[in-house]
Design a protein around this ligand. Structure first.
Ligand SMILES: [Zn+2]
Length: 242
C-alpha cells in the first residue's frame, strides 16, 4: 500500500560529536553531525533515530557530544513528543538511540531487528544498554523487511551493523528512503563503496555494498542519512528543505 502523496519529512539536528583521534575518519573531519528524522504520517508522527543521550560519562569523555534535546527538536518542527506513534532506530549504537528513554514507559512501539538486539545483549561495549533496549512490552522484534503502516516499510540494510535498517516511504508521487548509517558519507553511496570504518567487520563489507545497491534500486527522489548530507534525484518533490 502506498500513500497518495509524500508525508512531510523533517530532519532533526540531534547532536554534534567529536571524533576521537583513533577514529579512522578523524583526520578527514574532526566533528560529525547526528541527524534523526520524523515522518509526519497521517496515522501520526514516526521517529527515525533519537540521537545521543545524556549522562554517560564514557561517551561524554570520548565523543564530547553537543546534544540537543529530542523533545525540543520535535517542538521546533511543530510536533509534540506525546504524539509520536512509533520509533524506528536505524541501529542501536549510542548516537542513534540515545534519547529513546524519553518514550520508554509509554505504549509507543520500537521497531528493531532481532540481530541488533542480540548484539547489544552479547557485547556490553556495543552501546549504552539503558538507552538502546526498550522495555520488553514496547519491543517489536523483526527479521528483515516490515511494513509499519501504509507507505512506510522498514528495509533490512545490514553492513554497518548486523541489524541495521532503513525506511522506505512510498507514495503515488514518489519515494524517499531514510538510510541511517548505511554509509558514513555521501561518496560511499554514490560510488557504491563500503569503508572499513563504517562496516561491522570485514565479513560485512560485501553485505554493506549490497545494502547500498538495494536502497539505490528504489530510485528514490531523496535519500537521507544520519551523518552526512542528503542524496537527491528530484528536487521538485515536496520534501522539507534540508
Ligand atoms: Zn553506528
Amino acid at each position: 500500500m502506498v500513500l497518495k502523496s509524500l508525508p512531510r519529512i523533517e530532519r532533526l539536528d540531534l547532536a554534534v560529536i567529536t571524533l576521537p583521534d583513533w577514529h579512522p575518519e578523524a583526520t578527514n573531519q574532526p566533528t560529525a553531525p547526528v541527524y534523526g528524522y520524523v515522518i509526519v504520517h497521517p496515522d501520526g508522527p514516526i521517529l527515525f533515530d533519537t540521537g545521543v543521550g545524556f549522562g554517560n560519562d564514557f561517551i561524554d569523555e570520548v565523543y564530547e557530544p553537543e546534544c540537543f534535546r529530542l523533545d525540543e527538536a520535535l517542538g521546533a518542527v511543530g510536533i509534540d513528543t506525546s504524539s509520536i506513534v512509533g520509533v524506528i532506530n536505524s541501529h542501536l549504537h549510542f548516537d542513534h538511540c540515545g534519547q529513546n528513554p524519553l518514550l520508554y514507559g509509554t505504549d509507543v512501539p520500537f521497531f528493531v531487528q532481532r540481530p541488533e538486539v542480540d548484539e547489544v545483549e552479547r557485547d556490553r561495549f556495543y552501546t549504552d544498554q539503558a538507552w538502546a533496549l526498550p522495555p520488553i512490552a514496547q519491543r517489536r522484534l523483526i527479521d528483515g523487511d516490515f511494513e509499519v503502516t501504509e507507505g512506510v516499510t522498514i528495509l533490512s540494510t545490514p553492513g554497518h551493523t548486523p541489524g541495521h535498517q532503513s525506511v522506505l516511504i512510498e507514495s503515488a508521487e514518489g519515494r524517499v528512503v531514510l538510510a541511517g548509517q548505511a554509509v558514513w558519507e555521501l561518496g560511499e553511496f554514490v560510488e557504491e563503496r563500503a569503508t572499513a570504518s563504517n562496516v561491522f567487520s570485514g565479513a560485512y563489507h560485501d553485505v554493506a555494498i549490497d545494502s547500498v545497491r538495494r536502497i539505490k534500486a528504489f530510485d528514490a527522489a531523496a535519500v537521507f542519512f544520519a551523518h552526512c548530507a542528503a542524496h537527491r534525484t528530484n528536487d521538485s518533490l515536496r520534501i522539507a528543505e534540508q
